[in-house]
Design a protein around this ligand. Structure first.
Ligand SMILES: Cc1cc2nc3c(=O)[nH]c(=O)nc-3n(C[C@H](O)[C@H](O)[C@H](O)COP(=O)(O)OP(=O)(O)OC[C@H]3O[C@@H](n4cnc5c(N)ncnc54)[C@H](O)[C@@H]3O)c2cc1C
Length: 379
């Protein structure tokens, strides 16, 4: 066992850090304020190869490992979690899902432009009445021979308005329960497919979250992913990898807030010395640094297991639940260290605190992660 990153890993980490500092940081407060999607920045992320990092180069991707993805996600999330959620969904849920389970034709047609970042994708599982209990799909996909007809509503879909390619789960045979669910590739513009209004959120306000409506949408049979009834398994397998992405996003939010708090503590003076010289502040910083280190190791371990094709589902759930809770604790303390300045937008930490909360909710709430972990340890 060795805890050293390769030269290549360090280069990718630096490229992501430079992009975050130079391209994402300017304007991040305004984008949050005005709920503005980082369109230009996402385009550049695509050009730099951050949207299809783990995809085989023959399908237009970067051919990188999951460790590289964790490192890049951390750097980008330190600055702008609204941009990093686009990256996470596109890489882990959409591109990875298509690469692993898509047909050759689907890979040529849909994965290529997604991996190159020419278009972005969305992953559509949640519904108004199906969140943690994703088996309870109300969206239906009726088999009509050479095509399916989709009807229903999806909720909270990240990249809902900006995506071109949507991976949509729907129930084909309710009698078979979750084994009757299928996954489909739906294109924006297919007749009967409409995008609802944008959600107004507490955090990741620059990200683009919408409900989606399907009314008699005809989807060709060749757009089904995998065998008939594979949809639920498809969703669970992709979400397991997705948790490494969201765990890394939480890690980045925490480390971004910690770095700001550390720097501020060395500048701000109170009672004749910098606040970093007060032990109460030193202990807060010590706790933050310790927890962030642990979260990073957990994210990297889950990524390492995935890269070795070993079972990473428990490690990914542990990394997600721990990193997201570290993100909450760290960002709250970062605001505290900034005092009144932490409560206003210019100092960034209040935004990071608002952004942290979603990491405990999406791609499986903290309660759901604990269900996954307890099932694994109790058998
Ligand atoms: C900003 C945002 C972006 C999102 N992006 C996407 C996306 O791109 N694609 C997508 O498909 N979905 C997306 N989601 C949906 C997200 O994954 C769900 O909100 C999440 O899975 C929780 O589902 P729910 O909101 O229905 O809550 P519920 O499932 O109703 O849960 C409510 C509460 O009950 C708890 N709970 C539920 N069941 C149990 C149990 N068995 N034991 C203990 N506690 C339980 C939950 O943990 C939670 O605390 C997004 C959500 C948000 C807010």
């Amino acid at each position: 066992m060795h805890f050293q990153l390769s030269e290549e890993h360090l280069m990718i980490q630096k490229a992501a850090r430079d992009f975050a500092q130079n391209d994402l940081k300017p304007g991040v407060i305004e984008r949050d304020d005005h709920e503005k999607f980082p369109a230009e920045q996402v385009k550049k992320m695509g050009e730099l190869g951050f949207l299809g990092m783990m995809v085989d180069p023959k399908y237009g991707g970067g051919g990188m490992d999951t460790i590289s993805y964790v490192l890049a996600m951390e750097e980008i999330s330190k600055v702008d979690a609204s941009a990093s959620v686009v990256m996470s969904v596109n890489n882990s849920l959409v591109c990875w899902g298509l690469q692993e389970f898509g047909s050759e034709e689907q890979k040529q047609k849909y994965l290529m432009p997604l991996a190159k970042g020419e278009v972005i994708g969305a992953f559509c599982l949640s519904e108004p009445e199906a969140g943690s209990d994703a088996t309870s799909q109300h969206t239906t996909a009726i088999d009509m021979g050479d095509h399916y007809v989709l009807n229903g509503t999806k909720n909270w879909i990240t990249n809902g308005g900006t995506a071109s390619t949507y991976l949509v789960m729907a129930q084909t045979d309710a009698a078979k329960k979750h084994k009757g669910i299928n996954a489909f590739i739906v294109e924006k513009g297919m007749p009967g497919f409409t995008v609802g209004p944008k959600e107004h959120k507490l955090g990741i306000r620059g990200s683009d979250t919408h409900s989606l409506m399907f009314s008699d949408v005809k989807v060709p049979k060749k757009n089904r992913i995998g065998e008939d009834g594979f949809g639920f398994k498809f969703a669970m397998k992709t979400l397991t990898g997705g948790r490494i992405g969201i765990a890394s996003q939480a890690l980045g939010i925490a480390s971004g807030a910690y770095e700001l708090a550390l720097a501020y503590s060395k500048e701000r003076k109170a009672f004749g010395k910098t606040i970093s010289q007060h032990q109460a502040i030193q202990f807060k910083l010590a706790d933050m640094a310790t927890e962030i280190d642990a979260a990073r190791l957990m994210c990297l371990k889950a990524a390492w297991l995935k890269d070795r094709h070993e079972d990473y589902s428990t490690a990914a759930a542990m990394a997600k639940v721990f990193s997201s809770e570290v993100a909450m604790r760290t960002t709250i303390e970062a605001v505290q260290i900034h005092g009144g300045y932490g409560y206003v937008k210019e100092f960034h930490v209040e935004r990071l605190m608002r952004d942290a909360k979603i990491t405990q909710i999406y791609e499986g709430t903290s309660e759901v992660q604990r269900i996954v972990i307890s099932r694994a340890i109790l058998g």
